[in-house]
Write a protein that binds this ligand. Structure first.
Ligand code: ADP
Ligand code: ADP
Length: 229
């Protein structure tokens, strides 16, 4: 589904590489966790998959197609993106925020409205209560739920999630994790998920990719991963 081949990245022409010769294949429908020390290139790798960041060299394929050959907007429509600072538009309601991508796709109003309902239910927010609220009236955990709903709105096959639940307190985090796993069981997205939280990695991951020293040093099922302190 997603294949990275000999990926190198440096942000400055004469600067140090932040990623060097990285290879990675992610299967359709799996959650692949990226874990490792801060600054070791996890977010950079994630952003190269939707071309928010260009690789310096190497190739990235999605469904066998080189992403360099794809229109950037079309590529991003196939990929849901969730980050820690979820970035809901403050002057738009919850429903309008979720509707952004479906609108770009040109869905009609009725289809968008019913999809918004469905998504809010899915992420555990009562549509009647939350549909017309503005982001400033939501808690951090509720914002993250809306962020997940927004990323899922047009049913993209791929989800890139960069510490999506990092900013919410542990109890809320557990419930969002559980909900996301429940959703994932049904919809089977291909997911790359960056986290600093080893418990989250073990709980959420089909496989864990351990980043260190500009590359992935270990990748395996959670039970086979050896974590060095
Ligand atoms: P991680 O997600 O593992 O914390 P990042 O991918 O965010 O790591 O960062 C990897 C390295 O690249 C860090 O040294 C960071 O400072 C650097 N970096 C990240 N984004 C940029 C950027 N836009 N410009 C220059 N350097 C960057
Ligand atoms: P994270 O580690 O969660 O990826 P950071 O706090 O390292 O996030 O970075 C936040 C933002 O700043 C990212 O968009 C990243 O690309 C950018 N950034 C990080 N390091 C640098 C840098 N050295 N120069 C310019 N931008 C950077």
């Amino acid at each position: 589904m997603i294949k990275l081949e000999n990926i190198c990245k440096r942000y400055d022409e004469n600067g140090d590489y932040v990623i060097k010769d990285l290879n990675l294949s992610i299967e359709k429908g799996e959650i692949c966790i990226f874990i490792g020390p801060s600054g070791c290139g996890k977010s950079t790798t994630l952003k190269m998959i939707n071309r928010m960041v260009e690789s310096t060299s190497g190739e990235i394929y999605i469904d066998g197609e080189n992403i360099k050959d794809k229109d950037e907007d079309k590529l991003r429509m196939k990929i849901g993106y969730v980050i820690q600072q979820v970035g809901l538009l403050p002057h738009k309601t919850v429903a309008e925020n979720i509707a952004i991508v479906p609108k770009l796709f040109g869905w009609d109003k009725a289809k968008i409205a019913s999809r918004v309902e469905e998504l809010l239910e899915m992420v555990g927010l009562d549509p009647r209560e939350y549909r017309d609220k503005y982001p400033k009236h939501l808690s951090g955990g509720q914002m993250q739920r809306v962020g997940v709903a927004r990323a899922l709105a047009a049913d993209p096959p791929i989800m890139l999630m960069d510490e999506p639940f990092g900013a919410v307190d542990p109890i809320v985090r557990k419930s969002i994790q559980d909900e996301f796993l429940k959703i994932q069981k049904k919809i089977k997205k291909t997911v790359c998920f960056v986290t600093h939280d080893i418990n989250e990695a073990i709980k959420m991951g089909d496989r864990i990719a351990v980043f260190n020293d500009k590359n992935i040093v270990q990748i395996d099922k959670p039970r086979n991963i050896i974590l060095n302190p």
